[in-house]
Design a protein around this ligand. Structure first.
Ligand SMILES: C[S@@+](CC[C@H](N)C(=O)[O-])C[C@H]1O[C@@H](n2cnc3c(N)ncnc32)[C@H](O)[C@@H]1O
Length: 222
């Protein structure tokens, strides 16, 4: 599914979110700036897709980072964009549930709109915790259920009725845009995700809603 949407993924993202997705990623970069600016910190953007967050992170850090995804066509898109922007980050094809990294080898993992797709949330969190070292952090940017019931009803109508039609027309893969609202409904609500992070070994877990609670940013420390 991700391979099919990859060629038009960026266009669909920016149109369907009215470009707000750029603001969500830039906000995430600001929130992890302390670790990005630590000299020699090792940073991986997991489920990096076509690399938008990775690019924003590298521009802030001013040095080579790592992007990782299990979908080759997404990584091919990321490679093209990195080359065009004259950036140096390396790309690794890997499953977030089984990372090809040693214990305590990274200082920061970011993951934007990727974690919801993992087949095992607890397993994914434990794996990310394993590769982070003391003083490190995990930042999860993800769609969530808006807390305001009236707004949630309107938003759910948009994501069920409008988004699959427009997303399908742009990407040529309507099933991917039917899957999106279904996967958000199955995903833990923001307070529950914070609890899951805590039981998976993360400390000082903080989270915030963005854009009326369409999206949440969770940060857990190690
Ligand atoms: C909606 S895209 C998000 C891409 C990018 N992070 C962004 O912000 O645009 C979700 C990405 O998660 C990747 N993904 C899903 N499950 C994964 C897993 N278990 N391991 C690695 N990547 C995964 C997909 O291949 C896809 O590129």
């Amino acid at each position: 599914m991700f391979g099919r949407v990859a060629p038009r993924y960026d266009l669909a993202n920016h149109l369907l979110s009215a470009n707000i997705d750029r603001h969500w990623r830039n906000h995430t970069v600001r929130k992890v700036r302390d670790i990005l600016q630590r000299p020699q910190s090792r940073v991986m953007d997991l489920a990096c897709g076509t690399g938008d967050l990775l690019i924003a992170l590298e521009k802030e850090a001013g040095r080579q980072l790592i992007g990782s995804d299990f979908c080759h066509p997404m990584l091919a898109g990321a490679r093209q964009k990195l080359t065009r922007a004259r950036l140096k980050s390396s790309l690794v094809e890997a499953d977030g549930l089984s990372l090809p990294l040693g214990d305590a080898s990274l200082d920061l993992i970011t993951i934007a709109f990727g974690f919801r797709n993992f087949s095992n949330y607890h397993g994914g969190l434990v794996e990310m915790r394993r590769v982070l070292r003391k003083g490190g952090a995990l930042a999860i940017l993800e769609f969530t259920q808006p807390p305001n019931k009236a707004f949630a009803a309107l938003y759910n109508w948009y994501t069920r009725r409008i988004l699959p039609v427009i997303g399908g027309m742009i990407s040529g893969a309507p099933e991917a845009y039917k899957y999106l609202p279904e996967s958000v409904r199955k995903f833990p609500e923001a307070p529950d995700l914070a609890d899951l992070m805590r039981v998976s070994g993360f400390e000082k877990v903080e989270w915030e809603y963005l854009t009326f609670g369409i999206v949440a940013l969770h940060i857990g420390r190690v």
